[in-house]
Structures are given as C-alpha cells and as structure tokens.
Design a protein around this ligand. Structure first.
Ligand SMILES: Nc1ncnc2c1ncn2[C@@H]1O[C@H](COP(=O)(O)OP(=O)(O)O)[C@@H](O)[C@H]1O
Ligand SMILES: [Mg+2]
Length: 233
C-alpha cells in the first residue's frame, strides 16, 4: 500500500497553498514532514485525507486515484488522519470515542485494541474525554485512529503542549504500529523525535517541497537553519 502524490496543487478557494508536490510514502515506511509555521503541512495532510480538494495533479493510494473519493472512503481504505488539536469528542466518554464507528461486538474489540496500546485508557473508559489531561486526550486520539487498523496513519503535531514522558509513551505506541508494518506520515515540531522514527524526511517551505532525504542527511544542520530556523546537533 503506497501513497503517491505527483505534481499536486491544492489550496482554499482561490488561495493556492500547495505547489507541485511530489511525495511518496512506501508501504511500511515512516515519512517525517517538516517545515515552519504556515508552510502548508496541515493542508497537505488534509488533502491526503480528502478534507481539501486538489486543483491539479495525482493523489494515489495503492495505485488508485483518490482525488474524487470521500474522506469516509479513504478511512475505510486504511488512510487515517489524527488532526491538529486531536479530533476527539470531548463531551463523550473514552469508551464512546473508541467505539464510535463500530457496532455490537465491534465495540468491545475497539476498546480491547485501544487499551492494548494504552493501558491507562482502560481505567478511564467511562470518563468524559474532555476532562482528562492533555496527554491522555492525545493518547485517546491515537487510540481512536488505531482501532480503525489504518494502513497509513497521518499525525499532525502530536506533541504540542505535552510533557516529555507522555510523548515517550505515545511514540512507543507509534513504534509498535511501525513494527506491525503500517506506514506513517508525521508532522512533528520536535525535529529530533521525527528524525528518530523516520525513514525519509521531506521539508516543505511556502507550499513547495524543498528537501527530500534520509534522516542522516539532515544532521549537517544547514538545511534546518535555512528552512526551520534551527540547527540540528
Ligand atoms: N481554511 C483555510 N482557508 C484559507 N487559508 C488557509 C486555511 N487554512 C490554512 N490556510 C493558509 O494556508 C497556509 C498553510 O497553512 P497550514 O497548512 O496550516 O500550514 P502548517 O500546518 O505548515 O503550519 C497558510 O498561509 C494559512 O494561512
Ligand atoms: Mg499545521
């Protein structure tokens, strides 16, 4: 299951945000998508998820053009986005969040799958999601995605506002996901964490891909100083 973007352009109404994007996430690979604020990272993930419509170019999942397929169908085909700001239902309980898209016995299975990755959620199934800590809410967001058994998981700014110990726990779940052969496309503010799990790195600047490489090629720092405003030791 490979994700392929070819000469993709997209934006909001008349505002073009993404220009001529070429990006590949090979089956089972992890890709880190980096770039400064406003570079277009969220727009790119939303376009892949079907929440923003491309104006031209190709967007293929498993060889099949996706541009005119609904977000719902893409999720059913294994493409899942955890949006910025988590995308959980704060007024529902943890269990209701986990079982939202399932019925009957599927509900129990969803809860079982989620608590396998995040045991702490098992103790909070009847708690209203919005009353948990930020870290627990983020775990719930990841867990909700995992119960859909995605082949490609996209995560937008997972670590924002979270304590390092919580981020560790979530990244451990992500490692597990990778061990299961799933693909990842990750936008992450902590560059070192992103590099640690990535097979490939893409840097987006003003809506264009300006760098494609492997994490080892990013150590030099110059590319990061230029586009991210920071060096990488
Ligand atoms: N809903 C929207 N309508 C119009 N412009 C938007 C919208 N969302 C984002 N943008 C613009 O698109 C550009 C890229 O934003 P975004 O994809 O959120 O970047 P990033 O996630 O890299 O910070 C920015 O200039 C932003 O102002
Ligand atoms: Mg963003």
């Amino acid at each position: 299951m490979t994700l392929e973007l070819r000469n993709l352009h997209a934006g909001y109404g008349r505002t073009q945000v993404l220009h001529d994007i070429n990006l590949t996430v090979p089956a089972g690979a992890a890709v880190a998508l980096l770039g400064s604020n406003g570079a277009g990272k969220t727009t790119l993930l939303k376009t892949i998820a079907g929440l923003v419509t491309p104006t031209s170019g190709e967007l293929r999942w498993n060889g099949r053009e996706q541009s005119h397929r609904s977000p719902h169908r893409r999720v059913a085909d294994g493409v899942c986005l955890i949006p910025e700001g988590r995308g959980i239902f704060r007024n529902l309980t943890v269990a209701e969040n986990l079982a939202m898209h399932t019925r009957g016995r599927g509900k129990a299975k969803a809860v079982e799958t989620a608590t396998r990755y995040f045991p702490v959620l098992g103790q909070r199934l009847s708690q209203t999601a919005g009353t948990m800590s930020g870290g627990q809410q983020q775990m719930l967001a990841v867990a909700r995605a995992l119960v859909t058994e995605p082949a490609l998981l996209m995560i937008d700014e997972l670590s924002v506002g979270l304590a390092p110990v919580v981020i560790d726990e979530i990244f451990a779940a992500i490692e597990l996901l990778r061990a299961e052969g799933r693909s990842l496309l990750v936008v992450e503010q902590y560059v070192q964490r992103a590099l640690a799990i990535a097979d490939y790195v893409y840097i987006l600047n003003k809506g264009r891909i300006v760098f494609i490489g492997e994490p080892a090629q990013c150590r030099s720092g110059t590319i990061f100083e230029r586009y991210l405003g920071e060096g990488v030791a």
